[in-house]
Ligand binder design. Sequence first.
Ligand SMILES: Nc1ncnc2c1ncn2[C@@H]1O[C@H](COP(=O)(O)OP(=O)(O)OP(=O)(O)O)[C@@H](O)[C@H]1O
Ligand SMILES: [Mg+2]
Length: 245
Amino acid sequence: MKIIVAGKGGAGKTTVSGTVARVLSQAGETVIAVDADVNPMLGISLGIGMEETERLAGAREALQAGEVEHQPDAEGIVTTFGTMAPDGVQLVVGSRMDGMDSGCLCCGVTPDRLLRELDGEGRVVIGDLEAGIGIVTRMDTGNIDLVLVVTNATSKSIEVARRAAASASSRGADVLVVANRIGADDDLEAIREALGEHDIVEVPEDDAIRHADEEGLAPLDGPRDTPGMVALLGLGERLAARAAA
Ligand SMILES: Nc1ncnc2c1ncn2[C@@H]1O[C@H](COP(=O)(O)OP(=O)(O)OP(=O)(O)O)[C@@H](O)[C@H]1O
Ligand SMILES: [Mg+2]
């Protein structure tokens, strides 16, 4: 199963990606998490910490130093430049290398290409996208099983989500909306009004999630019984059931 996570800047894409990736892995799935953001932060939400997240972002610099071999395919990129995150999630950063051999896949690879070429058969590949709808509109959705569109209740966030969902579903992709940081009843109403044709999962505003981020920790390594975490765990379990089906 292949999942991409899209939405406006700050909507909660990385929080959702990192948390559900670990829940899927705990449920017995083999999970590859692709950080497709030019400013990679998925490592933080997965729980490998800031230092290792930074190291991973520069992992392909070892090519420049001649310390590792160039990789001709997507699987090689994951095994050579990725790292193992908690619960056995394999994390890889999908950004392009500047100034390297442009004919080589591992140097020239874009996040969209890496996501396209990683096989989702028999495992879960989850891509935490950069903000906005750029990658969603460029991606070959035929190759994607599910687009998680994360939105907050602000009008701009909802508009980006609406465009992402429209682009993905007009090309046949399945869309699940994550209404994140919901505080008041009319928050969900506003999201339902624009995105009501899709399934919507509600994730409440949760201080524990915000605090984890402030500390550079994965939300899953904090309390799991808070409203936002209960909702994210439920989302992860729902995806696990779908992956196993
Ligand atoms: N349900 C929630 N309750 C409280 N805070 C949340 C919740 N979800 C996310 N946050 C906080 O919102 C902020 C943005 O979250 P996150 O980094 O996941 O967003 P993003 O969409 O990946 O952002 P970017 O576009 O910068 O990549 C973080 O501080 C995170 O802790
Ligand atoms: Mg992010």
